[in-house]
Design a protein around this ligand. Sequence first.
Ligand code: HEC
Length: 530
Amino acid sequence: MIIKKRVAAAAGGASWPILLTALLVSLSLVPVCAAPPLASQEQRGKRIYTEGKGRKPIHATLMGPGIKAPGTAFPCLACHRDNGEGQLEGGVRSSNITYFNLTKQYTGLRPSGRSHPPYTDEALMTAITNGLDPAGNHLNPAHPTYEMDTEDLRDLVAYLKILGREPVPGVTDNEIRIGSLLPESGPLAEAASDITIFLTGYFAELNARGGLYSRQVRFVPLFFDPAQPGASAAREEVFCLVANLGVPPEDEALDVVAKAKVPVVAPLMVAPETAYGMNRNTFYVHASVRDQARVLVDYLAADLEKQGGKVAVLYAADESGEGGAAGVREQAGKHDLTVAAFVSYSHGAYDAPGTVHRLKEAAPDAVLFFGEGADAAAFLSEAGQQGWQPLLLTSAAMAGAALFGLPPGLTGKVFLASPVGTPDLASRGMADFRNLLRKYPGTGRHTQFLATVFAGAAIVEKGLTDAGRNVSRSTFVDAIGKLYEFHTGVTPPLTYNENRRVGARGASILRIDGVTRRFFTAAGWREPKQ
Ligand code: HEC
């Protein structure tokens, strides 16, 4: 069994005692998250609707500019949405093309502003291929006309008949099920059980207030056995996942979840170091090490007044270490900082005397370090022995508590980035969180952890609220993907958009009080300079 130690986040501030640690274990199984299968004709029609792919090639012609393109460039979904209800974009409304709506009898004008008899299957095919409604009126040229094989056209029409009425996984008329992948045993089991108690409570309170759009929201913990990869997790269908714990980011379980387009709200997972290839259905809360490194560089240049100076970077050759180094590289130029040395080391092969000697030679104004706490401690001790006390900037989550063991003299010039902001104690969210914690405390040992879980649940509730009664997985993802400075009270304001799946992309700066052995906040939470 692979066990990787990762620390998810660290917090500063007197009332927020520190670290939340996530041990990540390999998980080779997942609950079944897919929707019940459609009949095969509808299935094929759905592929045309969502991907523009039929049994034969499909072509779309844009009437206005007269451009002909492959069908895959203009799937119906792009304009009519996954529930068929359409949307208003650039002043043009793409119609509600649910079968119920199209085949309804109208006496006056339809919402399209035209009047025509109800659609029949043939009329529907004519609209798709020739852009005419059942009365022969031309549709708005924003709707492309399509050339496709008759069989494909029949499949598409079969699908249009169930469009908008497809069962949404995990959602029934009166219930919506929210899952969480949690370890049932091992070092994280206690935290997992506290999450279960807390989230069950969170949604019980929501239901007591009437639920959402006359649905009850039910929390479904999906336990896996971290000691037995391959053993089966609870195979229950859920609408989305929130606050997964102990699943490594590269685990194939998450691949399966991603392929099934299951939305994941991941407050406890470390955001990937680059946005490249990021899954748009997954929403993180806290910043990656890379973005934390960028805040450290901003702080060094501006607050510590080293603009135009020289830095050295020391990092472990792993994803987080390299993320930190990349962040420094990206940000240094913005402050005219020269990177005098980039030194990496592999795990277990850290040579403190040699490294210190090398970095000291480069005579930097500061050392930026991204690696394990023990290696940071070894670096500082060795530097002290060589009569050098450099400014050291690092990530609290990576290096954090290991530095508490050093003599105060060595930690006086250490600054740490923490992705967790100072909570807004007077906020409504904070009050709600405290009430919940009082009512559903669990062991009472994971307060900081549960604050982050609370933020995850608040995102889910907000996404469901904004998506409305007719929620689907993709309208839910779209709703969260539009949040701008969403206030949870327990995290910095969260912003998501199409290019941004990390809600609070910044860090605060902590220092170490050598006497009390605690962090204190040196500078408030901020985003990296763009
Ligand atoms: C680029 C955007 C776009 C795409 C892609 C698109 N449509 Fe449309 N569609 C529209 C717009 C806009 C209208 C509204 C036209 C109007 O009201 O005059 C429309 C109208 C329609 C109508 C007529 C509804 C009515 O009220 O009479 C049907 C049926 C339809 N689309 C089906 C489809 C199907 C099926 C596909 C995929 C094969 C598709 N559309 C792809 C934009 C699009």
